[in-house]
Design a protein around this ligand. Structure first.
Ligand code: FAD
Length: 478
């Protein structure tokens, strides 16, 4: 008889190209999946309803995948440190496998689970870095320290050979009827919906849940938009990027599967522009890993600035300004369009994420952690490492040597929303404003009043000067 192995899914909601899962399958033909709805995460104040709706849909699809593979996905709702070992013990499993995670909370939780499982004499295997192409300890500088600058990281990371996708779980045995009863007694529940968990999201999802949808999105992107990625990725009304971020956040698609697709495209590319576009897209995955490695090596990043100069920065933290920023009512059309996009669909284009983050930190002089948290409360793809990395980059508080990068909202709109289509799409009251005035933000007070659009809450030039002054004062005081 085969030994039962539990595979604990966390941010790897798929059965194909899953390194930890396939390592489990190599040791037994009886693999049962388990997912634990962790109240500590669900009840925290940085959870987005759109993200939970997407995640629950992905779990539904994972449940079907397990059934097709001949097994089951067991759903628990409780503290994983208690219920994962309890389930394993009750089912007399040989081992519990999972993939490793860079996040500080996950690392502490996992180490606690390991201790309890060991006390019960249950084997664990958890060193697969499934969500990364390279583990954090694989990409180190010549002096064996973590990189804190992206370019040398990219050079090292891109020069290393990458693993191919691994096989899909197939023909697994599942729990017997008696074991299913034991699982129930150990807390197994039917999969709830996001609504059952108290998360209401009626908005459209930028990507439907499930591995099949993510794979189809990859296929569509890599047969068309990727060819012009380098040129088009900065224009928020163009479908120029993959919109795979939520699928990557929850590991609904394997990173090796994506990388293989880029490799195949490079092999067949016969144009310099297309090759450059594919390489640029590959760089985004290196950014993703750069930030995950950074979070692993420097967990304090999760709680504040990396650079000393920003550790005690005199942020002005005006509540009314923050509220206006959240609601998309700052009076700066490109900023407001982006924030309204975030509020309505739980996703924002990368160019706009940089614009609104610069505006919050450099124009409103508000602590980037406020913005980081608001993003986590809204984003379908909200991810600690990528979000923190993006915010620290924009605030100039991170691993970055350019301290005074300040975006001018008007010139950003003039460059990337040339005909004002993006602004008109999200700031509907400005629909009939002439493009020239719309993108430059030079809308008269009279016109603003007529359409019910706010006057700018701050003056960009003045705030830019103030930010620079505060920065210099901090520098001199150090
Ligand atoms: P594509 O352009 O198709 O890129 C492919 C994939 O590469 C993305 O899906 C993503 O996984 C990864 N990627 C791309 N750019 C970055 C980047 N700069 N940093 C890290 N990974 C990247 N991304 C998140 O996944 N979650 C977040 O919470 C998040 N918060 C951000 C906050 C700020 C302030 C900024 C400036 C950026 C943030 N990003 C975040 C990065 C980036 O904006 C999104 O990954 C991207 O917009 C997702 O769209 P896409 O899937 O079409 O990307």
């Amino acid at each position: 008889m085969s030994h039962l192995i539990l595979f604990w899914h966390r941010r790897d909601l798929r059965i194909s190209d899953n390194t930890g899962l396939i390592a489990a399958r190599e040791q037994s033909s009886k693999i049962v999946g388990v997912f634990c709805l962790d109240p500590c995460i669900l009840n925290s104040d940085d959870v987005a309803p759109a993200r939970i709706k997407y995640m629950m849909g992905c779990l539904q699809s994972l449940e079907k995948q397990y059934t097709q593979a001949g097994s089951q996905l067991v759903i628990l709702y409780d503290n994983p440190i208690a219920v994962i070992p309890a389930l394993a013990e009750a089912l007399k499993v040989k081992a519990v496998f999972w993939n490793w995670d860079v996040e500080p909370y996950a690392q502490i939780r996992d180490n606690d689970v390991i201790c309890v499982l060991r006390e019960k004499g249950i084997q664990t295997l958890n060193q697969n870095w499934d969500q990364l192409l390279h583990s954090p300890d694989e990409i180190l500088s010549g002096s064996k320290t973590p990189y804190t600058v992206y370019t040398p990281f990219w050079k090292n990371w891109s020069s290393k050979p990458k693993a191919n996708p691994v096989a899909t779980l197939k023909n697994s045995e599942g729990l017997t009827a008696a074991e299913q009863e034991i699982a129930k007694q150990s807390g197994a529940i039917n999969l709830p919906s996001a609504q059952d968990l108290g998360f209401i999201w009626d908005g459209e999802l930028i990507i439907e849940p499930g591995e099949a949808v993510a794979k189809a999105r990859l296929e569509t992107f890599t047969t068309s938009a990727i060819n012009e990625y380098q040129e088009q990725r900065n224009f928020p009304t163009v479908h120029g990027t993959s919109q795979l971020s939520a699928a990557l956040k929850f590991g609904v698609i394997g990173i090796r599967t994506i990388w293989q697709a880029t490799k195949e495209l490079l092999e067949t590319s016969n144009s310099e522009e297309v090759t450059a576009s594919i390489r640029t897209w590959q760089q985004e995955f290196a950014w993703r890993e750069f930030y995950q490695h950074a979070m692993y090596h420097f967990p304090a990043l999760a709680n504040g600035a990396y650079r000393d100069i920003f550790k005690k920065f005199p942020w002005q933290n005006n509540q009314a300004h923050f509220q206006a920023w959240c609601e998309g009512k700052t009076g700066y059309p490109i900023v407001d369009a982006a924030m309204r996009q975030l509020n309505e669909i739980g996703w924002m284009h990368n160019r706009c994420r940089m614009i609104v983050a610069s505006f919050l930190t450099k124009d409103l002089i508000i602590n980037p952690q406020w913005g980081e948290k608001y993003f986590m409360q809204k984003l379908i793809d909200g991810d600690l490492s990528a979000n923190n990395g993006g915010w620290q980059w924009s605030a100039s508080s991170g691993m970055d040597s350019k301290p005074l990068r300040i975006f001018n909202p008007a010139s950003q709109a003039q460059k990337f929303d040339i005909d004002g289509e993006y602004i008109r799409q999200w700031v509907r009251e400005l629909k009939s404003v002439d493009t020239e005035y719309l993108v430059s933000g030079n809308i008269t007070p009279l016109e603003r009043r007529a359409v019910g659009y706010p006057t700018p809450i701050v003056d960009h030039k003045k705030q830019q000067g103030l930010f620079k002054q505060l920065y210099q004062e901090q520098k001199t005081g150090m």
